[in-house]
Design a protein around this ligand. Sequence first.
Ligand SMILES: NC(=O)c1ccc[n+]([C@@H]2O[C@H](COP(=O)([O-])OP(=O)(O)OC[C@H]3O[C@@H](n4cnc5c(N)ncnc54)[C@H](O)[C@@H]3O)[C@@H](O)[C@H]2O)c1
Ligand SMILES: [Zn+2]
Length: 369
Amino acid sequence: MLTRVDVALGPRSYPVLVGSDCLPSLGATLRANSLPQTNAFILTNPQVGELYFETLKASLVAVGFVRIIRHDIPASEEGKNWNEFSATCASLLEHFPDAGAAPLVILLGGGVVGDLGGFAAAVYRRGIPFVQVPTTLLSAVDSSVGGKVAVNFGGVKNIMGAFSQPRLVFCDLSTLRSLSPRELRSGMAEVIKYGVVCDATLFETLQSDSLEKLLALDPATLVNVISRCVHLKAAVVEQDEFDKLGIRNVLNFGHTIGHALELSAHYDLTHGEAISIGMIAATKLAIELGICAPSLLTQLISQLLRAGLPISYPGHPELFDPMLRALQMDKKFRNGKNLFVLPTGPGAWQQTEDVPWPLVHEAMRQAIA
Ligand SMILES: NC(=O)c1ccc[n+]([C@@H]2O[C@H](COP(=O)([O-])OP(=O)(O)OC[C@H]3O[C@@H](n4cnc5c(N)ncnc54)[C@H](O)[C@@H]3O)[C@@H](O)[C@H]2O)c1
Ligand SMILES: [Zn+2]
């Protein structure tokens, strides 16, 4: 049985389907969702492809796909670069030169595969349909939904990209079982993020034993929490698809200092680990500014520690200058000011460009001291 969450974007609407052991039914699900192609371009990486490509391929063959091309990119954030993007486009062109036979692009992997492959699908022939098949907790709750696709360029994260919605998101929760504990914990950072700024009920649920159940991959908890997060993301994206109204900024809680740290540490930290530290920094700023009760920080720290996430990256004071430079390259940096998303209570937030630089510097120093 698949749980369905709809992302309602008019002509660009699509369902997010979440289930267990459902990968063999992907082909049939594509057909049931009006995707009639018989050519497929599967983007994955060696690690994920080894585990799931054959099952996915068999499900496509069973519903009449004829030409199925697999292309791999490296299994890490370093793979989300212009050269790999270019190689992916070259493979699309080599295998599908005929405009009448454009493939359905299927993105089998985590956020790196989804972001890079979604961008390639968005620009190849000015856009061909793609489907997200997220295989990490992070991509299931966050990156596979919402249509932001991008690659890193010139040392700046996600600086080359587009808005392009998938036709379908299909999440087989059983694939999370092969994730390394570190990657699973990393995804928990985004789950916790939703609780802090979007949903007090989710925050409370995680305060109880759901967090441990989620880490233990308890099937019922997984479906409930993941579909709740997808629902929260869908609601934000529906109000601000193209990130023009500021509403989508809520999803950047923890990502201002977090992204700067992720880049400056040269990906020694996973995205989720960096965001974990960034959420602590942003919550401290909110407390300094008097808009958040200190008890929220205590609860957030306890959730992050229970999830096995770092709350600082100690012993790296040398990262202060690189982080400051990275902050100024951030997409949220405008006219000499940085936009911060600050929590104001469980499930509530506000954004401000007026956090005094000395406070920001102090929060950064504490993150890496
Ligand atoms: N587009 C968006 O809205 C959005 C939102 C959040 C994050 N992101 C992006 O997502 C990326 C991070 O995504 P991620 O955390 O999924 O990382 P990732 O794609 O690098 O995957 C993490 C690791 O897990 C491995 N892996 C994936 N699925 C597996 C499985 N089922 N079993 C075993 N191993 C598996 C991968 O090979 C990789 O080594 C970042 O680049 C970030 O910028 C994008
Ligand atoms: Zn993130």
